[in-house]
Design a protein around this ligand. Structure first.
Ligand SMILES: Nc1nc2c(ncn2[C@@H]2O[C@H](COP(=O)(O)OP(=O)(O)OP(=O)(O)O)[C@@H](O)[C@H]2O)c(=O)[nH]1
Length: 364
């Protein structure tokens, strides 16, 4: 059985309170028109039932909303069943109103009552079409008794109305189906747009090989973090990491092995980082880590931990063991290095020194 899109249910939930208010207005108009003819006690009982029904529907909608937000499948299913049951009850109430008119009011008031019911059914197409089956149940529970009442009166004008109603039935069903289809298309378009936006966000922020942040996003994110850290007077450090002699890995084992090493190195380093650290691939075999709330002294300890972990690791690709080392440059946020570009420039210079001093080391 196909499941109904939760957004369709949400539309019904949103529109029902408005439909209920309209229903109470029509009920008041009915009382105002027919108080002259229908005995007060009967009318009072009818009104009490209508109010009870409105309260039950409001309560059901409230629970519907709650279960939707809790994503409770069983709760939503129960609310949907109750929604249909209450609509049938509502149809019974309006049929009763027409029967009362037929009994107590003089002709042609049965026609006034008929027009009122047709108006309710048409307006309900707007609020209920999203739950199409529920609308069909409501539609037929409302229209069939009306046809029977018209046939019961049996005059030429009543038969004429039944003839027009039989044309009106498929037209209204088509109208409600069209409303449903247009809502489904707009929901689908919206979902597709959200999905595309998500994909675009990933493409613009994540490096496709290593699945960590890319250069552009690293600078954008780091800029924001530096602004907050400066305001809160917190220390921030930057590590620039570069694989030593990476070219040799590509040359000796092939580009695919090089890619494998980059991907698994990123995974290994990520495990060593805190959630608040910003880890990114800056380009080629170069990575950066922005360490939040971390002094230069502490950053050097972290850098050396990363360096020694990588030195001790073996990256096995197609049963070929690959060993690599890292050179790491470290810089700290201070009055001379106050932008991410300054921090990056200084860490890059320190990285150059780490390379010059023999590689597989942290500088300073
Ligand atoms: N497999 C693979 N290799 C890459 C990628 N990006 C850059 N490289 C390679 O990384 C190597 C970098 O070489 P170099 O800049 O000479 O640096 P290095 O060999 O690591 O030497 P040092 O940095 O001086 O220790 C080049 O061979 C690039 O082709 C990539 O995405 N995948």
């Amino acid at each position: 059985m196909p499941t109904i899109h939760p957004k369709l249910v949400e539309i019904v939930v949103e529109q029902t309170p408005r439909a209920m208010i309209a229903m109470l207005i029509v009920s008041s108009a009915y009382v105002f028109i027919f108080i002259k003819y229908i005995p007060l006690l009967i009318l009072l009982v009818w009104v009490v039932f209508q109010i009870f029904l409105a309260a039950s529907r409001f309560y059901n909608i409230k629970m519907f909303k709650k279960h939707l937000s809790q994503q409770s499948i069983k709760g939503v299913k129960n609310n949907k069943t109750l929604f249909i049951a209450l609509n049938i009850f509502q149809a019974v109430m309006w049929t009763t109103s027409s029967i009362l008119v037929s009994i107590y009011a003089p002709p042609p008031f049965e026609l006034v009552s008929f027009v009122m019911i047709i108006g309710i059914i048409t307006a309900a197409a707007l609020s209920m079409s999203s739950l199409y089956k529920a609308y069909l149940v409501f539609f037929f529970s409302m229209i069939i008794p009306q046809i029977i009442i018209m046939l019961y009166h049996g005059e030429h004008q009543h038969i004429s109305i039944v003839i027009f109603t039989s044309i009106y039935i498929p037209a209204t069903i088509l109208l409600s189906k069209a409303i449903l289809n247009s809502r489904i298309s707009s929901i689908e378009a919206h979902d597709e747009l959200e999905e595309k936006a998500g994909e675009l966000h990933t493409l613009s922020t994540i490096d496709s090989l290593t699945k960590i942040y890319n250069r552009g996003y690293f600078f954008a994110l780091s800029n924001d973090i530096l602004l907050i850290s400066e305001r809160e007077k917190k220390k921030v450090s930057l590590l620039m990491l570069d694989i030593d002699h990476f070219k040799k890995i590509n040359d000796n084992h092939g580009h695919q092995t090089g890619d494998f090493v980059l991907e698994h190195l990123a995974k290994k380093i990520k495990k060593l980082m805190r959630k608040s650290d910003i880890f990114a691939r800056i380009g080629g075999e170069e990575f950066a880590i922005l360490l939040n709330n971390t002094s230069l002294k502490r950053a050097k300890i972290i850098a050396d931990k990363v360096r020694s972990t990588v030195e001790d690791s073996v990256f096995s690709h197609n049963s070929v063991p690959i060993k690599i080392t890292l050179s790491i440059g470290v810089s700290e946020l201070n009055e001379n290095n106050c932008s991410i570009e300054d921090l990056y420039k200084q860490a890059d210079e320190q990285l150059y020194r780490a390379k010059e001093n023999g590689r597989n080391r942290v500088f300073p």
